[in-house]
Design a protein around this ligand. Structure first.
Ligand code: C2E
Ligand code: CA
Ligand code: CA
Ligand code: CA
Length: 274
């Protein structure tokens, strides 16, 4: 038994932790998070290196729970995914983003593209494409202002993926491949699927100044994107030396702490729209 410092005691036994992982409790809390309004959306600006202007945002969910405090999505998204809760959470995120678009448009702000992370279960949900177009209509959001970030793990079945992606293309939303280079898929999907953007995974950017292999990988991904006519964005940019390298290699867009951390909507309005 341990005192966590705030006068609360918690059981701490490795064997127990194995059978009753914190995850079960977390899942129980996740179930009520939407109705308790515990989720928020943060926005991280994406900077265009050609214009040095922000021309899109990535929406990132935040969860503040009474018991757990702020929980990182890296912790709760996998639980949401395995329990199936990700479907309703993902829908909440999409709708909230469309609401912000409507609200900001009504304030008279110039519309901006917002990228939303889509989990594999959500992507494969039966009426996913219909729901997307219904939301766009309901909030009068032009499709070009919505980007869906999917990972290679969503693209497991060729026919299913082709069907979903081509219907999304018809609607006119953008699709990006998140964490590019970290999955196990063959590159041939890049010619099969109507994809618009490649997001170079942060792990290749982190030590790019020192690691010659990562340098080579990033250079090659950028060239690949260019040759395929895809937009390319590097994520996790924290240092000017990384930006310099990306500039020299003609990477179009960057995202990372060097520019902005993910920010709540009110700060985005203050810093970006005013
Ligand atoms: P991701 O989609 O790869 O998002 C990028 C993560 O890197 C975010 O973490 C972001 O805050 C963080 N990041 C941005 N710039 C930097 C930087 O310069 N350095 C470092 N070290 N990190 C940076 P976050 O917000 O904690 O999200 C973690 C993951 O959770 C996301 O990774 C994504 O896979 C998932 N996630 C977040 N929001 C959602 C969502 O609404 N739906 C779904 N399905 N997944 C989400
Ligand atoms: Ca992402
Ligand atoms: Ca990513
Ligand atoms: Ca990631």
């Amino acid at each position: 038994i341990k005192n966590n410092g705030r006068g609360h005691y918690c059981y701490y036994r490795e064997e127990l932790k194995h059978y009753f992982p914190n995850e079960a409790l977390m899942e129980a809390h996740l179930h009520r998070a939407i109705e308790l309004k515990e989720f928020m959306i943060y926005f991280q600006p994406q900077v265009n290196l050609e214009t040095n202007k922000i021309d899109s945002f990535e929406a990132l969910i935040r969860w503040e729970n009474r018991k757990f405090g702020m929980v990182s999505p890296a912790q709760f998204i996998p639980i949401a995914e395995s329990s199936g809760l990700i479907i309703s959470i993902g829908e909440w995120v999409l709708e909230r983003v469309c609401q912000y678009q409507k609200e900001w448009r009504e304030y008279g702000f110039k519309p901006v593209r917002i990228a939303v992370n889509i989990s594999p279960k959500q992507f494969k949900q039966k009426d996913f494409v219909k729901r997307i177009s219904a939301l766009l209509q309901q909030y009068k959001v032009e499709p070009k202002y919505l980007e869906l970030e999917i990972t290679e793990s969503s693209m497991t079945n060729l026919h299913e993926t082709t069907s979903i992606l081509s219907r999304l293309k018809e609607i006119g939303v953008y699709v990006s491949v998140d964490d590019f280079g970290t999955g196990y898929s063959s590159l041939s999907y890049l010619k099969e699927y109507p994809i618009d953007i490649i997001k170079i995974d942060q792990s290749f950017i982190t030590d790019i100044e020192k690691d010659r292999k990562n340098k080579a990988i990033v250079e090659t991904i950028i060239l690949l994107a260019q040759n395929l006519g895809l937009e390319v964005i590097a994520e996790g940019v924290e240092e000017t030396a990384q930006e310099q390298f990306l500039r020299e290699n003609n990477c179009q867009k960057v995202q990372g702490y060097l520019y902005n951390r993910p920010l709540p909507a009110n700060q985005i309005v203050e810093q970006y729209f005013h």
